[in-house]
Design a binder for this molecule. Structure first.
Ligand SMILES: [Zn+2]
Length: 661
């Protein structure tokens, strides 16, 4: 029989899709992805599941508000969630939607098993109901008002199916005792044990007042209520009724936020026990990112969005920050200040700088070939020792989900390498034979340390470590390196360095924060499409989607509203986090304007300086990717891709500020 890899199955929560992901969802999902990558590098066959919880009254309402059917609404949301995870380098193996047929069948099957085993009965549920919103308000008392519309709630009784949760008090307590690692961290376990010891009430698991849900077979209009539906998705994703074929159930690890711990550690194992199915091995409960010590929420307006951060600093910066900044399991504060500070210190000045200076010195001294080291001195031995200890420490901490500690250990090795270079000063050595050999030793040693930290950091920084791997001339994928075989001394000599790619360009803190906030603001409050400001067949290279060319005739007075003047480009630079945009300063005769133009893919910034262009000067200022743009540069749009070609004045000596008429 072939040597089979051990299996590992982990999940994020199945996220509710009445809105888009914020940093909280991102946090759990990034952690899951890093664990997935790490386990693979330790030789496991891993499945990671994430997905979208698409039923219930809030989705019903959100779809209604958007004016589209629920099925269309949830399909769009699932696409949007998936797209964001892709942008953040999250490679889930399974993306389960609770509207998937496979999931619907699994929920109905689980219900049947629970019912056959005598743990489901029909009863009556009494709750506070808003007749305008057609929804029960859980946690409301008689006489309360509806939290959504403010109208008085009514006490209503409806027929429901109930799950006999009360029968599982003892089985659950026994289970926690026999499986002391089921709930992590420890403090959470104690909280749940005392909750269960306090007695369990039976649980209503169906509703008749909700329309958008999985039907209970033969019992319409009953549909399954949230938890019986959503939790089951973990099982649906790996085969549902046929889970044994795939061999990934029971789940090894559910990652959850502290607000949903009870559902995962009480309801979920009880449902599975009732159906006589295997119970997951572990639920790991993490804390929240807080803003000013308050949980982030859309209604409070303190939502942090992941995309603007990834656009500005790169997806790895976001991933690194959430895993480095807070102790997994505890709450932590989120601030842009801390984010950008860490980016500059740990990524730009840390890993990025070590990689680029090491490569530059190998380039300069050894023509880009990794040199053969000479005899080692005590200071070299010291660095070898630090690195070997780092391997052990970083893996041990990661294994225990002490991600911040693991990264801390890796970055301590990076700092040790910086210190080593500073004290060894390879740049001060001569070209004599002895000095050259010493240089070779120093640079090989530094490159070997760099290779090792690159492998260790890969699960958290998949994108940038792959670039460093290429830079070091390593073949194969860094993801394919086996962590258990990682040792000092494996860096081959004589290997040619690969292509250098930008890793973490340093950013100016205040500007970076302003741009992230501006991009978040653009995402939260999308501006309506701007009206076409330029005449037909020309386009403004402002970076926004071009309005379709209109064939409708306009009067001269309409044209006169657009004020175009001759300007001259004084400076041009690329914008970090915006591949298509250039930031220009343009002299329009009376003043110098900052203007963003969507031409970065077609024009080298340095070649634009001095060029005369046509500028729309009376356009209201706006922000593009967080950068203020005060005016527009006029360009023709050429070819099917709409390649911008700048309108200009190559032959005539036109005066700056001259008006185009
Ligand atoms: Zn209401």
């Amino acid at each position: 029989m072939p040597n089979e890899k051990p299996k590992f199955y982990l999940t994020t929560p199945i996220y509710y899709t009445n809105g888009l992901p914020h940093i909280g969802h991102t946090y759990t999902t990034v952690v899951a992805d890093a664990i997935r990558r790490y386990k693979r590098m330790r030789g496991y066959e891993v499945v990671m599941t994430t997905g979208t919880d698409e039923h219930g009254v809030n989705v019903e309402r959100a779809a209604q508000k958007a004016g589209i059917p629920e099925s269309e609404f949830v399909a769009k949301m699932a696409v949007a969630w998936k797209a964001l995870w892709d942008e953040l380098g999250i490679a889930a193996d399974e993306f389960i939607r609770t509207t998937d047929l496979q999931h619907v069948r699994t929920v109905q099957w689980l219900f049947k098993l629970c019912k056959e085993n005598g743990y489901v009965y029909k009863g009556h549920y009494t709750g506070q109901y808003c007749i305008y919103d057609n929804a029960f308000v859980s946690e409301a008392k008689p006489g309360d008002n509806c939290p959504d519309c403010g109208r008085p709630l009514e006490t209503i009784t409806e027929e429901n199916y109930f799950f006999k949760l009360s029968a599982f008090q003892k089985p659950l307590l026994d289970f926690y005792k026999k499986n002391p690692n089921f709930i992590q961290p420890e403090t959470r376990k104690n909280e749940i044990i005392s909750f269960v010891e306090g007695g369990l009430k039976d649980l209503s698991i169906t509703r008749t007042a909700i329309r958008w849900g999985i039907p209970v077979p033969g019992e319409e209009p009953h549909v399954f209520y949230v938890w019986f539906d959503a939790l089951t998705a973990y099982l649906s994703a790996v085969g549902g009724p046929d889970y044994e074929k795939r061999g990934f159930w029971p789940c090894d690890l559910h990652l959850v936020g502290k607000d949903i711990i009870r559902f995962h550690t009480v309801y979920w194992p009880a449902f599975l026990m009732a159906a006589m199915l295997p119970v997951p091995k572990q639920v790991w409960v993490h804390g929240w990112f807080l803003m000013d010590a308050a949980k982030m929420s859309k209604s409070k307006g303190n939502v942090i969005l992941p995309r603007p951060i990834a656009n500005m600093l790169g997806m790895d910066a976001l991933r690194y920050f959430v895993m480095r900044e807070i102790v997994f399991g505890q709450d932590g504060n989120f601030s842009y200040d801390a984010l950008v500070t860490r980016y500059n210190s740990d990524l730009a000045n840390g890993l990025g700088n070590l990689a680029s200076r090491t490569a530059a010195m190998i380039e300069k001294n050894f023509g880009g070939t990794i040199p053969k080291p000479g005899p080692r001195l005590p200071q070299d031995d010291a660095l070898v020792k630090v690195t070997s200890e780092t391997i052990e420490e970083a893996l041990e901490k990661f294994e225990n989900f002490e991600f911040a500690r693991s990264l801390e250990a890796i970055w301590a090795a990076i700092a040790a390498a910086d210190k080593y270079l500073t004290s060894e000063q390879p740049w001060a050595l001569s070209d004599s034979e002895a000095d050259t050999q010493r240089k070779a030793t120093i640079l090989w040693t530094t490159a070997e340390l760099l290779r090792i930290v690159t492998v260790l950091a890969h699960p958290v920084l998949p994108d940038s470590t792959a670039k460093v791997w290429t830079l070091l001339g390593q073949t194969g994928r860094v993801a394919a390196v086996e962590l258990d075989g990682l040792r000092w001394g494996q860096l081959a000599t004589g290997v040619q360095l690969g292509k250098a790619q930008a890793l973490f360009p340093r950013v100016e803190k205040q500007e970076a924060i302003e741009r992230i906030e501006a991009m978040a603001n653009e995402e939260l409050n999308p501006a309506p499409a701007p009206p076409a400001a330029a005449p037909a067949h020309a386009t403004t290279a402002g970076g926004a989607a071009a309005a379709p060319a209109s064939t409708e005739k306009i009067g001269i007075e309409d044209f006169a509203k657009v004020e175009m003047r001759v300007g001259q480009i004084k400076t041009a630079e690329r914008i970090v986090g915006a591949d298509k945009l250039l930031k220009l300063t343009v002299d329009i005769g009376t003043e110098i304007r900052q203007i963003c133009a969507g031409i970065a893919q077609y024009y080298e910034p340095e070649k634009l300086i001095g060029r005369k262009v046509a500028v729309v000067v009376n356009l209201a200022p706006r922000k593009l990717r967080g950068v203020e743009s005060n005016g527009m540069i006029v360009a023709a749009s050429v070819g099917p891709e709409g390649r911008p070609v700048l309108a200009g004045f190559p032959d005539e000596d036109v005066e700056l500020g001259a008006r185009l008429k």
